[in-house]
Design a protein around this ligand. Structure first.
Ligand code: FAD
Length: 325
């Protein structure tokens, strides 16, 4: 019997969301007395040292599959097989694309109690767990009681501080049984462009709204993001109008982010937008309407035309860099 954390890698490195899960996993392992283990999908083996500091000492690579390239149902089948063979009772996912695809199906296969998108595990008392989840666009939270010997939960990225500990991991491999699936993948679309950090993990985000008037003006967001080494995002109408791809849309119906810095350009600050960004440490708002609701949530605000303010901002950063780097 053990607690299993589903780890995920990007470019051969452990994602920040996995470090958050490991932190939660240690906590749960302490409270339940169950050993903490980890698993990840990867076609090729990374060095064990990327898992140092997670506090998870036994980690299994599920071989022959890749979390980005393999179809969800094969990942689910393989993970379930691993879990059944290893007597895992508790499984922790991040509430990201992988967790959203696999956690509900796995909970059903395990016949486990399930909560998705939680922000905290508040209490564990025997087989009764109390978990906390944001509701009403982050305006309130609810506590849910889960009952069962088996529990599956997914944790909203950036909801707990990842803490590293002194630890090293021992890697093993698990070969899932071969399955005849009878279909071929026709196309794989890359969700994040270039070397940008994915939104849920980005420390800096530059975001644009309808105030930018059209996709042809996105160079302002992109140039500012490039100077700050930030990831780009947008409001929902911008994605709905196909000015930007949907995977950039943040908010209640989009991605939830908690960067250190969020710069909102030409975004009004509707409650549904704020729901996905109000966990940001520092919010900078650029808007030509001094009554824009976003200013109420801003740490710094610039009342001005984005087409004047942003080029000056970019210029100032470049000058600063030239003097200091
Ligand atoms: C169920 C539901 C779910 C939703 N989910 C989401 C969600 O997840 N994410 C989301 O973003 N929205 C969501 N919405 C939509 C949300 O209510 C707002 O309509 C949306 O956020 C507004 O987008 P915006 O700020 O880009 O556009 P607008 O509201 O049109 O605001 C544009 C802003 O740009 C400013 N502006 C205009 N010109 C300039 C200029 N030249 N320089 C500087 N500023 C300028 C204006 O003053 C204005 O404040 C949802 C709505 C519903 C009903």
């Amino acid at each position: 019997m053990s607690v299993l954390v589903l780890l995920d890698l990007k470019n051969g490195q452990l994602k920040k969301s996995s470090m958050e899960l490991a932190t939660l996993g240690r906590n749960i392992s302490e409270k339940t007395g169950l050993p903490l283990t980890g698993a990840f999908f990867s076609e090729t083996g990374p060095e064990a040292n990327i898992f140092s500091g997670t506090g998870i000492t036994k980690i299994t690579r599920i071989i022959g599959l890749d979390s980005l390239k393999s179809p969800d149902f094969l990942l689910l089948h393989a993970l379930n097989e691993f879990i059944q063979k290893n007597g895992v009772k508790i499984v922790l996912f991040s509430f990201d694309n992988l967790g959203k695809s696999l956690a509900p199906g796995l909970a059903a296969k395990m016949d486990a109690a399930f909560a998705s998108g939680i922000s905290q595990v508040e209490e564990i008392s025997g087989n009764t767990w109390v978990v906390k989840k944001n509701i009403f666009s982050g305006k309130a939270f609810a506590r849910y009681e889960l009952q069962g010997e088996k529990i599956v939960i997914s944790l909203i990225p950036n909801s707990i501080e990842p803490i590293t500990v002194n630890s090293t991991a021992e890697l093993s491999e698990f070969q899932p049984s071969p399955k005849v699936c009878g279909f071929q993948i026709k196309e794989i679309k890359k969700l994040s462009e270039g070397n940008m950090v994915p939104l849920p993990e980005a420390e800096r985000v530059v975001s644009g709204g309808r105030g930018l008037k059209g996709p042809e003006n996105w160079y302002l967001v992109e140039e500012l993001a490039k100077e700050l080494n930030a990831t780009t995002a947008c409001s929902r109408p911008v994605a709905d109008m196909h000015w930007r791809p949907h995977h950039e849309h943040v908010g209640q119906t989009g991605i939830t982010i908690r960067p250190n810095l969020y710069i909102a350009i030409g975004i009004s600050g509707a409650i549904q937008h704020l729901a996905g960004v109000n966990g940001s440490k520092t919010i900078v708002v650029i808007n030509n309407d001094k009554e824009a609701p976003f200013f109420k949530s801003a740490d710094y605000g610039v009342v001005g035309d984005a087409f004047t303010v942003v080029p000056k901002f970019i210029d100032a950063i470049r000058k600063w860099k030239a003097q200091h780097q």
